[in-house]
Design a protein. Structure first.
Length: 129
C-alpha cells in the first residue's frame, strides 16, 4: 500500500477525489432559479408526467446520494422521453431537472442550473438540510 501512495500521480488523483467528495456544491446549495423551475414545470407536464408523477423523484434522488447531478442529467437526456429519447434541447432537460429539484424541496438560488461542460459533475446529490 505504501508503495502505491508514493506515486505522485496517484496521490494527486486521490487528493482530487477526496476534495470533490468532501466539498464543492450540492443540490442543497440553491443550484437553480425559481424561473428555471417554472419553465421546467411546463415542460415536465408535457414531456414527463405521463410516465413520472411528482412523487417519483424523491426516492430517485435518495438512491443517488453522493453521486454527481450529471448522472441523472445524462440518463434523462439520453433516455427520455421514452417515446423519443434525447429529443429535447439540453436546456430543456436542465429546466426539467430544476423543476424536479424544486418539487423535491431543494432551495432555489440566484443562478440557473448550468448543464454545459463539467458543471453538473461538480454538484453532488445530498439529503435536504
Amino acid at each position: 500500500m505504501m508503495q502505491v501512495l508514493r506515486s505522485p500521480l496517484l496521490v494527486l488523483l486521490l487528493a482530487a477525489a477526496l476534495a470533490r467528495a468532501d466539498g464543492g456544491k450540492t443540490i442543497a446549495d440553491g443550484v437553480y432559479t425559481e424561473e428555471q423551475a417554472a419553465a421546467g414545470e411546463k415542460l415536465y407536464k408535457v414531456q414527463c408526467l405521463t410516465c413520472h408523477d411528482k412523487r417519483y423523484f424523491r426516492p430517485v434522488l435518495e438512491r443517488w446520494q453522493g453521486q454527481s447531478l450529471d448522472m441523472i442529467f445524462m440518463i434523462m437526456s439520453t433516455s427520455m422521453p421514452q417515446s423519443n429519447p434525447g429529443a429535447l434541447p439540453l436546456s430543456d432537460y436542465a429546466d426539467i431537472l430544476a423543476y424536479i429539484l424544486s418539487q423535491s424541496r431543494y432551495p432555489a438560488g440566484d443562478s440557473e442550473l448550468e448543464y454545459q461542460g463539467d458543471a453538473l459533475q461538480d454538484i453532488r446529490i445530498v439529503p435536504r438540510k
